[in-house]
Design a protein around this ligand. Structure first.
Ligand SMILES: Cc1cc2nc3c(=O)[nH]c(=O)nc-3n(C[C@H](O)[C@H](O)[C@H](O)COP(=O)(O)OP(=O)(O)OC[C@H]3O[C@@H](n4cnc5c(N)ncnc54)[C@H](O)[C@@H]3O)c2cc1C
Length: 533
């Protein structure tokens, strides 16, 4: 390895320009301090990043994606699950499905209950508000003038309206704004989109900040380790164009590398479970058993139907209809190319007596070929993804080598807690009731998956193991908390190391009731506030 050049001096260094890192770059540089933002991937010039429907083409694209995979496990019937993560300015927000879902107030009150003072819903609500620019304007709950546009679908297919009606017929009330006063019920999706284009944190927060001379952004800059002296993080080393460059940080370093990379960088820097680090020959700087533990992810299955008497996205993505949608996108800025991954969703409970929803059902007027990932079927189809939102199963992300270029091993332990299967089954039952309700039943020719014959617990559990996949929401590997298993304290400071924080999805003590991007942006807003205080 080349000798680190005595290179750069900065007040703040941010590792990773993803959902969180771009927010931090904006807020920290607004203070006038010198800020360095380091991103392993390239600038976000790939055209498919910016067209919402382009998401499918990015899911395996190694130019902008780490393309991780989980280890084969019993819970996935021995399958490795593909784990896309953004490796580009904007991080996973440049390749994600763009759904904007804050979660349930009970999620944050739950974080506070575990001892994380300052993270209750009332505490974090102003942070959600300050980041967003909701197209219907601000009020007590929504923000109207932040950097991040949040918009509704511009075109809604009749199948989506039918789903929303059917869900109400099945007993789920309409919620006009699941990010507003009431999450529970059925509602239309909201997206981080500006007009026809994706609005990532790179294209919003970072673009705004890049006019400031005190912010320096380096792409193709892979951080390989932190430098820790006398219990304080004094900087880091990054590799760019084959050179190792040393950064001296006078105030603080913040890790925003995401739920896979943040724990790996800590472990490679000697901060993690001592026994594991010793097996890799890494000198232990600080024994923290929680680094890489507590991995939690949304593992999902789907109920899919063949459609009759209606048009689904399957047909819109081919032939003359596709040509028409492309023309429509450029001429009017609407149509199928502005779609994200889900047009409507239900938040509901797996059983009576729960304090808040533990299931999210995500409807798409499209269906995928079961044997070809992300290839839409030729015939019309529709599907509802079943997402148990607060799974009990926990896994790990562990470095396998002291070499930063060797990928960490991801072991999610999906479905290892039997209650996750119970919740999954309840979600499948709810979805089947919705599909059987008159508004949607008239468009259904047949159930494709799990298939009408798959009804008992064992068969549905096997279906979940054989066909389930990730909704791409790993969290928890640098858990925030106040006990021995926590990696960061409620101010996001790495326990026992000065001058170092983690601010990204990895700090969530447990998953939120919904998709994880909006909560991650909120975490970064709060981190910046605490760092500048
Ligand atoms: C395919 C997909 C679809 C999704 N759909 C949705 C959705 O519709 N709605 C939603 O709310 N959530 C969605 N998510 C989840 C959401 O995008 C993530 O939870 C969120 O982006 C996590 O943000 P983060 O800042 O923790 O990490 P990331 O956004 O992944 O950012 C981490 C950044 O750090 C960089 N990095 C890592 N290691 C290093 C290093 N050593 N040196 C320098 N840089 C480094 C990475 O390249 C990356 O840019 C989706 C995710 C994926 C992958």
């Amino acid at each position: 390895m080349a000798n680190p050049n005595a290179g750069i001096e900065t007040d703040f260094a941010i590792i990773g320009a993803g959902s969180a890192g771009c927010v931090l770059a904006n807020r920290l540089s607004a203070s006038g301090a010198k800020v360095l933002l380091l991103e392993a991937g390239p600038p976000d010039r790939h055209p498919m990043i910016h067209i919402p429907a382009g998401v499918k083409s990015l899911l395996y694209d190694a130019r902008v994606n780490w393309n991780y995979a989980s280890e084969p496990e019993a819970g996935t019937a021995g399958r490795a699950i593909h784990w896309p993560r953004g490796r580009v300015l904007g991080g996973s927000h440049s390749i994600n499905g763009m759904l904007y879902v804050r979660g349930n107030p009970a999620d944050y009150d739950g974080w506070a209950q575990t001892g994380c003072r300052g993270w209750s819903y009332q505490d974090v609500l102003p942070l959600f508000k300050q980041s967003e620019r909701y197209e219907q304007g601000g009020d007590d709950i929504r923000g109207g003038d932040g950097p991040m546009p949040v918009e509704h679908y511009r075109t809604i297919l009749p199948l989506t309206h039918a789903f929303v009606s059917a869900a109400q017929q099945a007993g789920f009330p309409l919620t006009p704004d699941y990010n507003g006063a009431t999450q529970e019920g059925v509602g239309y999706s909201q997206m981080t989109r500006r007009g026809r284009w994706r609005a990532s944190t790179a294209r919003t927060f970072l673009t705004e900040a890049r006019t400031r001379p005190n912010l320096r952004v380096e792409t193709g800059a892979m951080v390989t380790r932190l430098t820790v002296e006398g219990g304080r993080c004094t900087g880091l080393v990054f590799r760019q164009g084959g050179r190792d460059i040393q950064v001296a940080v006078s105030r603080e370093t913040v890790l925003s590398g995401g739920a896979v990379n943040s724990p790996q960088i800590l472990q490679l820097s000697g901060i993690g479970p001592a026994d594991h680090l010793q097996t890799l020959g890494i000198e232990v700087v600080r024994n923290l058993s929680g680094v890489g533990a507590n991995l939690s992810d949304h593992y999902v299955t789907r109920v899919a139907h063949r459609v009759r008497d209606a048009v689904s996205i399957n047909e819109l993505s081919r032939g003359w209809r596709l040509m028409r949608e492309v023309a429509r996108f450029f001429a009017r800025g609407d149509g199928a190319l502005t779609f994200g991954v889900t047009s409507a969703m239900v938040f509901c409970r797996s059983r009576e007596g729960l304090a808040s929803p533990d299931l999210q059902l995500l409807f798409t007027p499209a269906s995928y070929d079961p044997d070809k990932p992300l290839v839409l079927e030729r015939q019309p189809g529709m599907a509802t993804v079943i997402c148990p939102t607060r799974p009990a199963s926990r896994g790990t992300v562990m470095a396998e080598s002291p070499d930063p270029m060797v990928r960490a091993k991801i072991r999610p332990n999906y479905l290892s807690d039997r209650d996750d299967l119970r919740v999954m089954r309840a979600g499948i039952d709810h979805a089947r009731r919705i599909f059987a309700s008159p508004a949607l039943a008239k468009f259904s020719a047949s159930e494709l998956f799990p298939g009408p014959e798959t009804t008992d617990d064992d068969a549905l559990a096997q279906f979940a193991r054989e066909r389930g996949t990730t909704l791409y929401h790993p969290v928890g590997t640098c858990k925030m908390g106040v006990d021995e298993t926590a990696v960061v304290d409620p101010e996001l400071r790495v326990r026992g190391i000065e001058g170092l924080r983690v601010a990204d999805a990895s700090i969530m003590p447990f998953l939120t009731t919904g998709n994880t991007n909006a909560p991650t942006i909120m975490i970064a807003e709060k981190a910046a506030k605490m760092m500048l205080a």
